[in-house]
Structure formats: C-alpha cells, structure tokens
Design a protein around this ligand. Structure first.
Ligand code: NAP
Length: 315
C-alpha cells in the first residue's frame, strides 16, 4: 500500500464497474472529496477520459500506478471475488450495497481485512441521508411503539434493463428495500428481528417484486414494512416511528425529517460525499466498517418468508 495514513490527500482510487451508481454518485463524490484522486477504472464495456482504463480488476491491480483503494460498483453477485483479489493485493476496499451475495462471504471479507492493514467499508448509502443521524439521536431515549415503512417505487423507472437484479443474489425489491432496513437498523434503540414475511415473486422471475414484513424488538415494538416495485405515480420512501413521546417521520429516503409534523432543518450534504469522507477516515485510521445487519434481515426474509406467485414481469 502506498497510502500514507498521516496525510489528508492522495488516496489513489480505482472504480470497478461503470454503471448507473458509479456514474451518478461515485465519480462526482470522489471529485468533491480532497482525500481521493480517481486514478483508474476497470470496466468490461467502456472507458473514461483522464484515468487509466482496464478491462478487468486483475489488469488494474497489475498495472495501475498509485491505486491505494478500489470502489466496487458492480452487482453483488460478483463482488466477493473482486474484493478478495483487491484485499490480497493490499488495497483498501469500498463495497456498494448490498456488500455481497451472501452473509458468509461478507464475513469472510471482514476477516480477511482484519489485521491486514487494509480498510474494508461496507457502505449503506441511505445511512448518510441527512435526517438519519438526527432521527437516531431523537429515538435513542424514547420508547418506540410502532414503525411503518413504505418503500414503493417503479422498477421500470429506477432499474431499466438491469437483469441481474431479478437473478438469484440480485434481491429483487430488497435491492431498494435494504436501504430502508439500513436506516431502520441504524435508528432503532434496540435490535429488531423479523416475525413474518410475505414475498410476491413474479412467475417468470427469481426475485420478489414486493414484500410485506413484520418485525419486533425486545420491548415488543410493532414494526411493519411494505416494499413494492409496482408503484406508479408518487414514489414513496418513508419511515414513520410512533413513540410514547411523539412521532417522527423520515421521508424521501431519509433526506427529510419531521417530528410531530414539524420539519427539522437539515444539512444539504449528499449521501455519497458522506460515504467518501467516512472511507477516508477509515483508511487514515487503519480500521474497517462492516455491518451486515441490513443484509441479515433480507436473508431472514428469504429464509422464513411465505412465497406468493404473482403475474409475470416484463420490462
Ligand atoms: P448497473 O447500472 O447495472 O451497473 C453495474 C455495472 O457493474 C455494469 O454497468 C458493469 O459495468 C459492471 N458489471 C460487472 N460485472 C457485471 C455483471 N456480471 N452483470 C452486470 N454488470 C456487471 O447497476 P447499478 O445500479 O450501478 O448498481 C450497482 C450496485 O450499486 C448494486 O449493488 C446496487 O444495489 C448499488 N446501488 C445502486 C443504486 C442505483 O440507484 N442504481 C443506488 C445505490 C446503490 P462495466 O460494463 O463498466 O464493467
């Protein structure tokens, strides 16, 4: 590794997989974060100006100069092999969400990173939405009675042509739904666990298009989540938490917060700039951040959920 943890600039980074999220969020966030310099790209299909471009991560690791870290922006099904190669080559690794295809492979990556001098960061971008940390603080001292999560979007608008998302390991509607679970697991004062799950799976697909979930916690909170990819009209990404001392609502994916109907002023900072600031801190301090709890709830839902066959889905 060529990263000097005492400096605040100059972590050379390479992106792997130039799809929607790499273009929309990673490239602008890296450009805006002084600690990082985008030095390389590994893409099966395309190139970028002003960076060294390779078709594979292997070629990038073998040839790219001054790449200290990689951001893996591929689908989850191919993430483990890429991350393991990068860690073995002594690189810091940022994982898009979900951090892998299975819990076990993510835990193995965490074990590989431990003591290696490389930082592993399993990102949950929704946790960096502006309302999430104030919500966590407000809830920390309160007793939660109910939580209602509505995560309803139009898959044709947000995931056009993404076949991997319907394949095993692609998670279907849990690909966005896991963002709600990443917020829930961050803001709740106690751990939650699933009690019921219904998964609606199109007859021609491997992954659910909708899910209804019920959770509780050690104090008996009544927590329900509805994920649906068939939403037309207004798109909903809201979490409403009723406590004994008032009601909190996170809207628009956590970027808006209201308490008892009053909007709470929030910073305008975006999610991905926060992710890269955190990654820089992890690299500087030689630590990792790997929380599998959102993915564990998805695994629980697939393990104990009742499957309901629904109409075939076509683009
Ligand atoms: P995407 O548009 O399909 O892009 C994924 C890219 O990964 C592809 O363009 C391809 O880039 C590369 N890739 C490597 N192996 C692949 C394979 N076997 N199948 C398909 N692509 C492969 O997907 P995305 O929306 O950017 O999502 C990527 C990850 O980011 C997912 O885990 C997703 O959950 C997460 N994420 C997405 C969003 C969003 O709004 N889309 C938001 C937050 C997080 P090359 O052709 O350059 O190799």
């Amino acid at each position: 590794m060529s990263t000097d943890p005492t400096t605040t600039i100059g972590i050379g980074i390479g992106i792997v997989g130039l799809g929607k999220i790499a273009r929309d969020e990673h490239i602008p966030a890296i450009a805006g974060e002084a600690a990082f310099q985008l030095r390389a790209l590994a893409s099966r299909s395309t190139t970028l100006p002003d960076v060294e471009c390779y078709e594979t991560l292997e070629a990038m690791l073998a040839e790219a100069a001054d790449v200290d870290a990689v951001a893996l922006c591929t689908p989850p099904q191919v993430r483990y092999a890429l991350a393991a190669r990068a860690l073995t080559a002594g690189k810091h690794v940022l994982l898009e969400k979900p951090p892998g295809m299975t819990l076990s492979e993510v835990v193995d990556l965490r074990d590989m990173a431990a003591g290696s001098g490389c930082s592993l960061f399993a990102t949950w971008h929704s946790r960096f939405a502006a309302g999430v940390e104030p919500a966590r603080q407000w809830l920390a001292e309160r007793r939660v009675r109910t939580v209602r999560i509505l995560w309803k979007e139009d898959v044709r608008v947000w995931h056009p042509g993404q076949e991997w998302i319907w394949e095993p390991g692609g998670l279907g509607v849990f690909d966005p739904g896991i963002n709600a679970l990443s917020i829930l697991t961050r803001i709740m004062p106690h751990a939650v666990f699933l009690t019921e799950a219904e998964l609606e799976v199109p007859e021609n697909r491997q992954a659910p298009i909708a899910a209804n979930l019920a959770f509780t916690d050690r104090r008996g909170a009544d927590i329900r989540a509805e994920f649906d990819w068939r939403q037309e009209g207004p798109q909903l990404w809201t979490i409403t938490v009723e406590t004994e001392e008032g009601t909190l609502e996170l809207a628009e994916g956590g970027s808006r917060l209201a308490i008892d109907g009053e909007a709470v002023p929030l910073s305008a900072a975006g999610e991905y700039p926060g992710i890269y600031r955190r990654f820089a801190d992890l690299v500087r301090s030689g630590t990792s951040d790997v929380d599998v709890s959102p993915q564990r709830h998805v695994a629980d839902a697939f393990m104990m959920g009742r499957r309901i066959a629904v109409a075939p889905f076509t683009e």
